[in-house]
Design a binder for this molecule. Structure first.
Ligand SMILES: Cc1cc2nc3c(=O)[nH]c(=O)nc-3n(C[C@H](O)[C@H](O)[C@H](O)COP(=O)(O)O)c2cc1C
Length: 383
């Protein structure tokens, strides 16, 4: 039995457990979303493994109303990580159907995150030279100079996204989320640092946003209205190598609302973050996104949510749903546990054995290490 949510003065955390209805009529049992997290637990060919399904099942049973999968590559050569979940072939459909079924069994919606790494799809994984809007090399170890996409390649990738969305729908999933954030292909088109094109895919903001908007419209045209279409976007990136400006992204948010998306997922390390461009304003970026976004479109906030107060803050700033990442790795039953009085958030770094109990297998542990989330025992022997 779930305890009654705590009453935290003017915050209203009980809202977190109320059902939410998207404008297309699809409902979730609560406002809590498992954030997309790459976990490297799929097989080499992109088929979802029992381990990854178990990881997701634990979070569905733990009470998350929506489960967003790890980023899933829509083409074989769009792969960005070892053990990445794939959706580039019909052979992925049966595994995705198991993801849909485990969500349904617990009353959660299962959503597939669609991904193309662009210049961050290394040859080591794909066997081919990475592609990007322009031949711009990022100064990161292991990144090679990408080749610039030709017009026909761009059209093909748009079609690949639509095809991947159709596979997700055929698998019985509730929707897809386009991974437009964190420096991958969509962000490479949006940023003036990585997009130097002078054709209709580069230059003005309208041109740089065209790829994202074309993918939205291609997907919208092949899936039914009750199939959720979300977009994850970073609103601001101050890095000179791949950055973009918040006012531009708020314009993109407005266009996405008009293009018929069902939700916008604002990527952030902290739901309380304000804009670097307007340091004195004190306004959280999610509030800015809410103001720019069509009222009918749901807003998902993410970043640093560990307690009810954090989640309630996001709702108070205009989010409809709150996604939880790192805390949900350690606490699969966060929706049930965070309401218990005296709940103490996960004390990262955690010992491998503790993470393994929460469905984190060896490849996922390896991925988590650089994030500083794993406490490695000095003797290395007690695992
Ligand atoms: C291990 C790990 C893997 C992640 N993988 C993805 C991913 O595949 N797609 C994505 O959009 N974000 C990814 N993220 C970002 C998270 O979804 C989330 O935005 C971020 O961790 C901040 O939320 P948190 O503070 O609740 O962890 C990942 C984060 C972590 C820690």
């Amino acid at each position: 039995m779930q305890s009654d949510p705590l009453d935290l003065n003017e915050m209203n955390p009980s809202l977190l457990w109320s059902a939410f209805r998207f404008a297309n009529g699809v409902s979730t049992r609560n406002r809590l979303v498992l954030a997309p997290m790459t976990n490297q637990q799929s097989y080499d060919d992109g088929v979802i493994s029992d381990t990854e399904l178990e990881w997701l099942r634990m979070r569905a049973e733990g009470g998350f109303g929506i489960l967003v999968s790890a980023a899933s590559h829509v083409r074989e050569d769009a792969k960005g990580f070892d053990g990445q979940l794939g959706c580039f072939s019909d052979r992925h459909i049966p595994g995705l159907a198991r993801f849909a079924a485990l969500g349904r069994a617990s009353g959660s919606l299962s959503i597939l995150q669609l991904f193309h790494g662009g210049l961050r799809s290394p040859r080591r994984l794909t066997g081919v030279r990475p592609v990007a809007p322009s031949e711009v090399q990022l100064d990161f170890p292991g990144f090679e100079l990408p080749s610039a996409l030709r017009e026909g390649d761009i059209e093909q990738i748009i079609a690949d996204f639509a095809r991947a969305a159709q596979r997700a729908q055929a698998a019985g999933l509730s929707g897809i989320e386009i991974h437009g954030a964190n420096g991958y292909l969509f962000a490479q088109f949006l940023s003036q640092a990585t997009n130097l094109r002078v054709d209709r895919w580069g230059g003005s903001l309208e041109n740089r946003a065209r790829f994202l908007l074309c993918v939205v419209s291609a997907i919208r045209s092949v899936v039914p209205q009750e199939f959720l279409l979300g977009v994850r976007l970073l609103l601001e990136d101050s890095s000179p190598q791949r950055g973009f400006d918040i006012d531009e992204m708020l314009q993109v948010v407005e266009w996405l609302g008009a293009a018929g998306i069902d939700y916008l997922h604002v990527s952030s390390r902290d739901v309380r973050s304000g804009s670097w461009k307007y340091p004195a304003s004190g306004e959280a970026n999610i509030k800015r996104a809410r103001a720019a976004l069509d009222r009918k479109v749901a807003l998902v906030a993410v970043g640093g949510v560990r307690t009810l107060a954090d989640a309630a803050f996001a709702l108070g700033e205009g989010a409809d749903l709150v996604a939880i990442g790192r805390e949900a790795i350690a606490v699969p039953r966060w929706p049930q546990q965070a309401v218990i009085e005296g709940y103490a958030p996960a004390a990262y770094p955690l010992e491998p054995r503790e993470l393994e109990r929460q469905g984190v297998s060896a490849p996922f542990l390896a991925y988590l290490r650089p994030f500083g989330l794993v406490a490695d025992l000095e003797d290395g022997g007690s695992r």
